[in-house]
Design a protein around this ligand. Sequence first.
Ligand SMILES: Nc1ncnc2c1ncn2[C@@H]1O[C@H](COP(=O)(O)OP(=O)(O)O)[C@@H](O)[C@H]1O
Ligand SMILES: [Mg+2]
Length: 250
Amino acid sequence: MSQDLCAVKHLTVALREKPDVLILNDVSLTVGHGRIVGIVGGSGSGKTTLGLSILGLLPSAMGVKKGAIMVEGKDVLLMDVEALRRLRGGVVSMSFQESASAFDPVFRVGDQILAAMAAHHPSAGALARQKMMDLLSLVEVPDPKRVAASYPHELSGGLRQRAMLAMALIAKPSLLIADEPTSSLDVTTQAKVMALFRKLRRELDLSILLIAHDLGMVRALADEVVVLSRGRVVGEDHPYAKELMAAENI
Ligand SMILES: Nc1ncnc2c1ncn2[C@@H]1O[C@H](COP(=O)(O)OP(=O)(O)O)[C@@H](O)[C@H]1O
Ligand SMILES: [Mg+2]
């Protein structure tokens, strides 16, 4: 397919109250089919805002000043409610930085995944349960039954991250935006989650926008890397990018 799955063009986002404060400043990037594109930048550089904007979910305090966000050839910024529903319901999905906050602490993980599945495709109990187990196996949860029966706090960070990934994959998205999927994990678990992303790309033909502050990790996985600094795309030879890399070498 020649058309990029996702193309952000000159996206400029400002605070509504202070329009001269640019959260994203002329950001352009493309994600091709089956590609992994890394977004790297320090805290506050605009990574999460960029991810949310592709889902049409900018914080209400922000407004788009300029630019376009094309997904499958259509501009997210011009989509009506129905088109946005389709976009979020099947084309683009996002997993969030804090897997703890993605789950409600008072419900079992499996019940929350089932509820999310029901929102997409109502299906009967046993079938839905089997589909959930398949999803948990796909993200390499070693004991899906136990994980499904657990409350979020009973799981390790790595397992919670996998369960959240399972939830993000329910509707078979074409593009997964993974916001700092490994930043709260230890190094060994990080490596395993990264290997999982590789497998998901291969087996599901998934495109991935991988957001992280760890340039080394993103480099190892991504086909392309975009470095953000204060809302702007900078080259990998930018002093800030070098700082990030240096930090990785410690
Ligand atoms: N809901 C919000 N309202 C106002 N400002 C916000 C909001 N969310 C984030 N910001 C600001 O936007 C900038 C970029 O934030 P963010 O996209 O979360 O960065 P990152 O994910 O790279 O850490 C930061 O300066 C942050 O303070
Ligand atoms: Mg963030």
